[in-house]
Design a binder for this molecule. Structure first.
Ligand code: NAP
Length: 280
């Protein structure tokens, strides 16, 4: 445990449990969220700040977990207006490499430090502290952040300079988007052939095709309801980011078409596994 003051900006589906784990581990934590209601759960266990400026002022190490490029650019533009020399910023959002690198430059010009640390794993691993942290940044900064990464995740991979964490994250989410589309199509196909969904999922999960992703989504598929743990629109964002970053493979266009059409049909705020109803 160190005596650094930790700040957390962005208490969405992921930020909420991640910040909570730092509180539970005994770190001194301040939180800020644009919509105040998401700070209520922290009222009695952390310092709730009413502005980004207030949070930055009282924190040494500041995490951000935000939706996309626009959110990150907006929040860090405000951060850069503050006195931030010597402070360490760790962005866990899934964004483009260009936005992440621009943010790193912006902060470094002000004497601050920056790590990109996007995560693999959804809300359950975020709650259990078993995320995979994919990290890009200076070795010294990463070493300082390791005390937090150890609480948030089960594995930290320092992959190189700024931008390399994002590169790994876009790659793994490309794979994940294939798995969800493949799982949806397989379940629909088996149903067409008269196989019960529950039986098919049991077969998949016990077979070599079964994995953490298929197992996590099984209860949703069985219930046929898709409350967002990882919103479909976020997956669409990530496939488009992958395409911009150079993914140009036989399945890339097909993935984009499927997730884009699901978004257009109104499935964007549901969990990504809701893709099955959009395909049906
Ligand atoms: P989320 O539930 O939608 O939360 C997004 C957070 O960003 C909220 O706190 C939101 O504040 C904040 N935000 C958005 N725009 C903002 C702005 N302009 N200024 C200030 N705050 C802003 O998303 P999430 O599921 O936690 O995901 C966060 C990031 O992690 C995304 O990049 C996502 O791709 C990535 N990720 C998600 C998962 C997952 O399973 N969910 C897994 C791995 C990685 P408000 O509450 O005010 O809207």
């Amino acid at each position: 445990m160190n005596d650094k003051k930790v700040g957390w900006i962005g208490l969405g589906n992921m930020g909420q449990p991640m910040a909570n784990n730092l509180v539970k581990a005994g770190f001194s934590v301040s939180v800020y969220n644009r919509s105040e209601d998401k700070t209520i759960a922290f009222k009695d266990k952390a310092t709730v700040c009413s502005s980004i400026a207030a949070l930055v002022k009282q924190s040494d190490v500041i995490f951000t977990m935000l939706t996309n490029d626009n959110a990150v650019a907006e929040v860090y533009a405000q951060i850069a207006e503050e006195q931030i020399e010597g402070k360490l910023f760790i962005d866990c959002s899934t964004i483009s490499q260009s936005c992440s690198l621009k943010t790193a430059e912006l902060l470094k010009a002000k004497g601050a430090r920056f790590i990109d640390a996007p995560v693999a794993g959804s809300t359950a691993p975020a709650t259990d502290g078993t995320l995979i942290m994919m990290v890009g940044g200076d070795a010294e900064d990463v070493a300082q952040a390791s005390a937090y990464f150890d609480v948030l995740g089960k594995l930290t991979k320092h992959l190189g300079e700024n931008g390399s964490g994002i590169a790994a994250k876009l790659s793994i989410n490309y794979f994940l988007s294939l798995i969800y589309q493949g799982l949806a199509e397989t379940v629909l196909f088996s149903e067409k052939l008269g196989i019960d969904r529950k039986d098919m999922l049991e077969i998949i999960n016990e077979s070599a095709c079964g994995n953490g992703a298929t197992k996590i989504k099984t209860p949703m598929l069985v219930n046929g309801t898709y409350p967002a743990a990882f919103a479909l629109d976020l997956m669409l964002k990530d496939i488009l980011l992958a395409q911009k970053a150079g993914a140009d493979f036989p399945l890339t266009e097909s993935l984009i078409a499927t997730y884009q059409s699901a978004h257009e049909k109104g499935f964007g705020q549901q969990d990504v596994m809701g893709i099955i109803d959009a395909i049906k």
